[in-house]
Design a protein around this ligand. Structure first.
Ligand code: NAD
Ligand code: IPM
Ligand code: MN
Length: 346
């Protein structure tokens, strides 16, 4: 049988609660197949920092990188917690993993499942994927502040966009569109961010020339937020930078039934490093420890993980079980009840 080495990072807040359900579903879907998941658990996040002072050691990183894939819940404490001021969990842990493991494609699908409690009265069919660049943009930490704490303070946060980095993610988006409805929408803010905008537009134009059957569209990010609400069915593949992609995918989650349903994959398409699968949402300190979190995003992240590993049939079975479960939802259920119900359908 095939053995897949899986690193599991439950993390903080609702992370462990939703990961427990994702593992339940993973176990159920592989029970009868000949693939075995050999799991290693890593205790990382705000809780670990408060206990030991460590965020992500070189040993942790090396150990995680030796796996075939990573499943992560969520990391981070309550925004503004003074004890975490120096922890830098988001940069020092989550982004360090994404950058070091070269997760240049942050894949975030949005689909409106039948029965999902979306906020739109007339949503139409929603089925699009945001291909968010994962290693560049304003996220790289190219910035600094001078005269800190004074009225003369200057704080810079420079967006880094390389030809190499933009081209590889745009190529991925077009290849994906070829396998879907063959439409790519570039979302940026080229009217204001003229330098970064120009490289994105040029690369999209160049890659588009090699894909004559894919139609190409452009929207400024502010207008894109309008259409995500008023006409979401117009989208197939959205390609965008790291920050715009972050913002758009929380909105996309809300529009398709809630952030508790939104899954993601941080993909290294070259296979040089393990890819990492996680819900789009965070650690939700406001509902942590109460079994109120919806584990569906984590479970759909398992479907993305299975697909990435070439286990297309298992992936489709998980998605189908989720789809059936969502269609049947009525009364409120606990995190574990949702996970068990989906696992039972497998
Ligand atoms: P959040 O996504 O944790 O929460 C936003 C809102 O969505 C909250 O009201 C929360 O209760 C709700 N929510 C989130 N997930 C849910 C689920 N599965 N079911 C039901 N409701 C859900 O965002 P935030 O409050 O801005 O961030 C909290 C912490 O998480 C911060 O430390 C932040 O940095 C971190 N964070 C981590 C990740 C990650 O690990 N990938 C992602 C986003 C935020
Ligand atoms: C996400 C999160 C992260 C991001 C944060 C926690 C660094 O919001 O995964 O969407 O901005 O990418
Ligand atoms: Mn986000």
């Amino acid at each position: 049988s095939r053995v897949v080495k899986l690193a599991v990072i439950p993390g903080d807040g609702i992370g462990p609660e939703v990961v427990a359900e994702a593992e339940k579903v993973l176990e159920a879907v592989t029970a009868q197949s000949d693939v075995v998941f050999d799991k290693t658990r890593f205790s990382l996040g705000a809780a670990r920092f408060l206990e030991t002072g460590d965020t992500l050691t070189d040993d942790d990183l090396a150990a995680i990188a030796a796996h075939d894939a990573i499943l992560l819940g969520a990391v981070g404490g309550t925004p503004g917690d003074p004890r975490l001021k120096d922890a830098n969990i988001e940069r020092g842990l989550l982004l360090k993993l994404r950058f070091t493991l070269d997760h240049y494609v942050n894949l975030r699908p949005s689909k409106l499942f039948t029965g999902a409690p979306g906020p739109l009265s007339n949503p139409g069919e929603i089925d699009f994927v945001v291909v968010r660049e994962g290693t560049e943009g304003p996220y790289v930490g190219n910035g600094g502040a001078i005269r800190k704490g004074t009225p003369q303070e200057v704080a810079n946060e420079t967006s880094v966009n390389t030809a190499f980095g933009v081209e590889r993610v745009v190529r991925y988006a077009f290849d994906l569109a070829e396998r879907r409805r063959k439409k790519v929408t570039l979302v940026h803010k080229t009217n204001v961010l003229v330098h970064a905008g120009a490289i994105w537009q040029r690369v999209v134009d160049e890659v588009a020339a090699a894909h004559p059957d894919v139609s190409v569209d452009y929207l400024h990010v502010d207008a894109a937020t309008i259409f995500l609400v008023t006409d979401p069915s117009r989208f197939d593949v959205i390609v965008t930078d790291n920050l715009f992609g972050d913002i758009l995918t929380d909105l996309a989650g809300a529009v398709t039934g809630g952030i508790g349903l939104a899954a993601s994959g941080n993909i290294n398409p070259d296979g040089a490093f393990p890819s990492m699968f996680e819900p789009v949402h965070g650690s939700a300190p406001d509902i942590a420890g109460q079994q109120k979190a919806d584990p569906t995003a984590a479970i759909l992240s398992v479907a993305l993980l299975l697909d990435h590993l070439g286990l297309a049939e298992e992936s489709a079975r998980v998605s189908a079980a989720v789809e059936t479960d969502i269609a049947a939802r009525s009364a409120a259920r606990t995190t574990a009840e949702i996970g068990s119900a989906i696992a039972a359908r497998l």
